[in-house]
Design a protein around this ligand. Sequence first.
Ligand SMILES: Cc1cc2nc3c(=O)[nH]c(=O)nc-3n(C[C@H](O)[C@H](O)[C@H](O)COP(=O)(O)OP(=O)(O)OC[C@H]3O[C@@H](n4cnc5c(N)ncnc54)[C@H](O)[C@@H]3O)c2cc1C
Length: 478
Amino acid sequence: MSRTGKEYLERIRDGRTVWLGTERVTDVTAHPAFARAAASIAGLYDAARDDALTVAGPDGRRTHRAFDIARSYGDLVAKRRAHRAWAKQSFGFLGRSPDYMASGVAGFAARPDVFVGQGFDGSEVAIELHGRLRGEDLFAAFTITNPSTDRSRPIAAQASPELFLRVERETDAGIVVSGSKMIGTGAVFADEIVVGTIEPLRPEDTEFAFSFVLEPGTPGVSLVSRASYEQTAGGERDNPISGRFDENDSLLVCESVFVPWERVLTYRDTKTTFGMWWDTPAYTNMAHQASTRFWTKLEFLAGLAVLITRGNGSADNPMVRAEVGRLLGYVQLARSSVLAAEAAYEQRPDDGGAVRLDTSITFAQRILAGELYPKFVHQIRMLSGGSLTQVPASWDDLRDTEVGPLLATYAASVTQPADERVALMKLAWDAVGSEFASRHAHYEQFYQGAPHVYLTQMTFTPDADACAAEAQRALDLA
Ligand SMILES: Cc1cc2nc3c(=O)[nH]c(=O)nc-3n(C[C@H](O)[C@H](O)[C@H](O)COP(=O)(O)OP(=O)(O)OC[C@H]3O[C@@H](n4cnc5c(N)ncnc54)[C@H](O)[C@@H]3O)c2cc1C
């Protein structure tokens, strides 16, 4: 059986160092800034005890299908169903749920040959990583972005290259590393962190080209958290989303951290350090979770729009119908991008029998996320009008003997009693108006890379030539 939520929570009580402001938090499962998000992740493990979400590994132990190396279209569909079941648990707000990186390590294990570099062979480590995470049903977060101090120079030419994660010294047993990586979404809740670099590295950056796996409780590791939205959340009806699903983002800082060779995936090699994400099915696997989660989140947001317009008595207005219809249409486009990437799956000769999603469709999904999410947020605000902010400080005020009767009269709508209407508007504000909501808008824009990277990447797919050939065909008619 897959591990229980309780087992997950016990394991992350490892004395890790998490900084929240100047406070050093050692147990995120018990701290008011983190505990409810940790409980939500534990809830995912409890839900995954359903057989449909899991698959048996070589040892017979069942774990989430994200760990599975898909070998057929049917496997891809089963994986998506499991991603979707988890995404529904958080309405798509847990972006880096454990199935994200689990899919990535399945991608690594499908192509261990990619980890064979010049002078270092990480192929066994990649296989062992997949087997271990899968065997113990572990949650890996990842930090694979370098600090944005000066994007105009290679790391080696930075004014302060010591900010970047680098190898301090090498021993027979492993490497000692210092420096930082961003952004560890979910890292404070993870069993392990995959550390590396997903962007292309220049030849002069070879000494910064390495990747490894780390336990957050390792001496010398600090995770510096951003402000917690969970901590400032009100009651369950005031902040139903941010109070439960604040997955956290943190800066990873390593100070003379020892990493044994058995945890080093690539070493002093720009090709393998980059290739582990792009030449294996890791990226398309992770995007499978991401695009399924995105579709699920849009479904929730479109549902909010429907409920709000019904509550406002505007649902039958033809203009309002058109705007809600547009959102419902976008949900289907997001869904279609997932189903199409599966149906057009690739079976590459080097992938050893594994299949991966269609690369072009998967890459295009990032554009969909970056462009559609702000539209949904904007449209829900527009459809709500002032009612989105015209809510009492707390939903509990409705139960107060003095202000309660006042709210019951004046905070109701034509179709909704005050308690339902206030609950709906508070849910909507939490999802699209709050600081937590703003972080989500930023997440959907950047978590798969910056637009100047992913838009440019489209031009390197075979699509550019295929589209150009079509235009050329029209020219050739003359
Ligand atoms: C909420 C959130 C969660 C995240 N979670 C994770 C995570 O879990 N793990 C992880 O590793 N990373 C994570 N990230 C990091 C994410 O992968 C990066 O933010 C993303 O790849 C963009 O890189 P950057 O932030 O360094 O932006 P930069 O590369 O610094 O770009 C920022 C902006 O600068 C401009 N710019 C910079 N260079 C150029 C150029 N060459 N041409 C044109 N314009 C340019 C553009 O306007 C660009 O949008 C997360 C980010 C966010 C916001």
